[in-house]
Ligand binder design. Sequence first.
Ligand code: NI
Length: 203
Amino acid sequence: MDFNASGKLFDFERGFSAYFDKETGLSPEVETGKRYLSQMQGMFLDTQAQDDLLKDGDKLVYEFHSMPAPEHAGDLAFGCSIVYPGKVGQEYYMTKGHFHTILDTGEVYYCLSGHGYMMMESPEGDWEAIELTPGKACYVPKRYAHRSVCVGKPSDGPLVTFFTFRADAGHDYGTIETKGFRKLLIEQDGKPTIIDNPKWKDA
Ligand code: NI
């Protein structure tokens, strides 16, 4: 049990605890935002495959916790990102990805379960793809956009990562929605493979 704690969830003044399941990433206490395939139009390379998948119903691609952390440089937001196994054509399920609005903000991800990659790239075009397996931490440097990609089979379960970053950093999704990432992770010959994004726009 906790001693001398206020017992209040999200008590960013006195401290608090919350439970996140290591296999599913889900929390009995903290709600997730959910992103469905229909909300990611134009983000996958094979739009025809995406349309075909949507014909037999929408698919949950990923979930994430967003804590009501005070938007203050000294506070930390945290939670889990949960990306489900699946593909659109040859491209693995992934998060939309984002820059931080305060670009000079790093972030730490710690992989709890599943198999995936953290795709990262700077506005100048430097990029990294860091493999995520349980027990591995990934440092996303300041200025880098980042996206989680689940390369596991359904039997591997979702890619679950715990993240934390400064609470006032904000999220810029629009840049990636407009331009895309320069590099994509697709399955080729049964293996995760990096390709140039033919749809990437330098504008
Ligand atoms: Ni971030």
